[in-house]
Design a protein around this ligand. Sequence first.
Ligand code: IPE
Ligand code: IPE
Ligand code: MG
Length: 253
Amino acid sequence: MEVLQAIDRNKLPKHIAVIMDGNGRWAKERGEDRVYGHHEGVLSVREMVNTCAELGIPYLTLYAFSTENWNRPKEEVNALMELLVNTIRKEVDELKQNNVRMHVIGDFESLPEICQKELNEAKEITAMNTGLNLILALSYSSQWEITEAARKIAMDAVAGKIKPEDINDGLFHQYLNTAAFPDPELMIRTSGEHRISNFLLYQLAYAELYFSPVHWPAFRKQHLYEALLNYQQRERRFGKTSEQIQTNTPQHV
Ligand code: IPE
Ligand code: IPE
Ligand code: MG
């Protein structure tokens, strides 16, 4: 509770991105199968979504399945896809009630049809919601996303829709899967790994990175509060000097 009270509600990040890692190790430590860890991880997703909604954080992106995760054993991949379908089915009503709007980023067509159908329904059902935007990264990798963006820009240039000299950071953002969302300000990775693993490489340019030793299935709201407090104690300089930030010197453009 103390940590929550220390958090400045006016300085919360607008967008939190999470690499939910450590399900397998958490399960192994308990003598269980990796898939058990994935199931328990869903409870942490629930708590994360509810806590972000309570705090009024507008965007939450969860890395649920990477392009590289397709290379895992077939049984684990199948179990994860099944878990995805069942979880969406079970949770969609509550998401709707809690004013959560669901979005998906990643190579949607590569997902099994049943997943696509369930996700499309959930997106439709929650489309009018105005609270938390919950963005699931599925079959997602940043290098895939950036390569796709480059290909679409090239096609539009060839078709005469844009000129090469129009290509700038703003235009590039519009071709990314995340075009409708602001860039994350805080990125949390659980389970003690200090890497990005192909997640939002472009969008995380100025995000604050927070690494928690806690495995994802054990990650609770208290851990999120600690991450938020840590985030608020940092100075975000965006290339400027500390003095400029403190005296609010007008931006040089
Ligand atoms: C994260 O947990 C979930 C997914 C990548 C789908 P892991 O399954 O990577 O768990 P560890 O890292 O092997 O412990
Ligand atoms: C990153 O976790 C992907 C997701 C959390 C979905 P991984 O466990 O797949 O990442 P690496 O292999 O340890 O880098
Ligand atoms: Mg992992």
